[in-house]
Design a protein around this ligand. Structure first.
Ligand SMILES: Cc1ncc(COP(=O)(O)O)c(C=O)c1O
Length: 411
């Protein structure tokens, strides 16, 4: 057992992920690209294949393979409900977060009129920016943008709240930045939005693999996640508060369900993926030790995940903050205010060049803007090719952190 894992056995966790065995040119590959998509445990693969192998049909048939689709869908809704602490009927599935957000933006924008306004932030991934900006342009609605502080890498909730007034109909904000890892204190933002009669839409795609989410505590109307970012298949899910989902008119074909969540789920869902969704949530729960309820285990699991990830983040920061020529963006300590995702710059090298060098050492990292274009623009690095992104998650190890630092020190 590695020394940095006080709450779970990292070797045992890693043994569940077949992809972590990958070797290239005689080296063990280190997946430090979790923010772009995580690897999946064997249990997810098995759940997905068993649905396909066992026979599955569409919803609504009077035979067993159709009942499989019904059961798999209900189980996945219950799993996401446990993950986010909401009701299963408040969980809407779709292809990915971006598609779901475009769809939800169309439904919400139907209720907007000229003279209204929406509030977005420059810390957000473009999937929580452009769908809203386009919907606003369609309806003649003003777009206000709250800026994050590029020096501190923080988004002050006050800078969002200051833009709110009774004309504002929606606030879209991320829980954690997929570029620089900053965690945003969204609860006061959602509360202030509610006070002026605006909806709040939280992008928790980057947060979900790292931080416990409780939509009730956040007080949001909507919250989006992407299951492939937390050890599952390529499927998106959003929480929508029951009364809001009920009230909204969905863009849907006429024979589709008229009640939520079905009215927001366009076409046929990927049932094999939904089986994988349940297995992914169960994987997270398996990292906790509360045997009483899945939500209880999930809460324990995130404590273990947080402890482990902060030890990785601290190790990375301790070494890179003093590495000549390396600049680390965002919060400079491994606290609750950040996810273990680091955007860095190495002087004299382009971001793609650094990523290519790390790849020769078997280290998978991302380079560019990762669709966080406004973040890169505000940091002044968009035109020079963005930044290198090194992201850790619960299956990464201290050894992998050290390998990354060593490879950076070679430049
Ligand atoms: C913070 C964040 N939001 C949204 C998205 C878009 O998610 P999807 O690929 O499910 O559309 C991503 C994907 O990288 C992301 O990191």
């Amino acid at each position: 057992m590695h020394p940095q894992t006080p709450l779970f056995d990292i070797d045992e966790v890693r043994s569940k992920f077949p992809a972590l065995e990958r070797r290239e040119a005689g080296r063990q590959v280190a997946y430090l690209d979790g923010p772009g998509g995580t690897q999946v445990p064997e249990s997810v693969i098995a759940a997905m294949s068993s649905v396909l192998e066992g026979g599955v049909s569409n919803l609504g048939g009077g035979f067993d393979a159709s009942r499989v689709a019904v059961r798999v869908t209900a189980a996945a809704r219950a799993a996401i409900a446990d993950l986010l602490s909401c009701r299963p009927s408040e969980v809407v599935f779709g292809q990915n977060m971006t598609s779901l957000t475009f769809s939800m933006s169309r439904a919400l924008a139907r209720t907007w009129a000229e003279g209204d306004a929406i509030v977005l932030t420059s810390l957000d991934h473009d999937a929580n920016f452009t769908p809203w900006a386009m919907a606003a342009a369609d309806r003649g609605v003003e777009v206000r943008v709250a800026e994050f502080d590029p020096a501190a890498g923080m988004l002050d909730p006050g800078s969002v709240i200051d833009l709110l007034d009774e004309r504002v109909r929606l606030v879209a904000v991320c829980l954690s930045s997929n570029a620089i890892g900053t965690v945003v204190d969204v609860a006061p933002i959602c509360e202030a939005a509610r006070e002026v009669g605006a909806h709040s839409y939280v992008d928790a795609v980057h947060a979900a693999p790292h931080h416990l989410i409780d939509v009730g505590a956040l007080g949001c109307d909507f919250l989006a996640v992407s299951v492939y970012k937390f050890f599952g298949p390529h499927t998106g899910a959003i929480f929508g508060r029951a009364e809001v989902l009920q009230r909204l008119q969905a863009y849907k074909v006429s024979p589709a369900p008229s009640d939520p969540p079905g009215k927001f789920e366009t076409g046929t869902q990927s049932f094999e993926s939904l089986a994988g969704v349940t297995a992914a949530v169960d994987h997270i729960a398996s990292l906790g030790t509360d045997g009483a309820t899945r939500r209880g285990s999930i809460e324990m699991a995130y404590q273990a995940i947080g402890l482990h990830e902060r030890s990785l983040a601290q190790r990375f920061l301790d070494q890179t903050l003093s590495l000549p020529g390396v600049e680390v963006y965002g919060v400079p300590e491994a606290s609750e205010a950040r996810s273990p995702t680091f955007a860095i710059e190495v002087s004299g090298h382009t971001a793609p060049g650094v990523a290519r060098h790390l790849a020769t050492r078997g280290l998978y990292v991302w380079a560019g803007h990762y669709y966080a274009v406004n973040v890169m623009e505000r940091l002044g690095v968009l035109d020079e090719g963005g930044l290198v992104r090194i992201g850790f998650c619960h299956y990464n190890t201290i050894e992998e952190v050290d390998r990354a630092v060593e490879a950076l020190s070679e430049l």
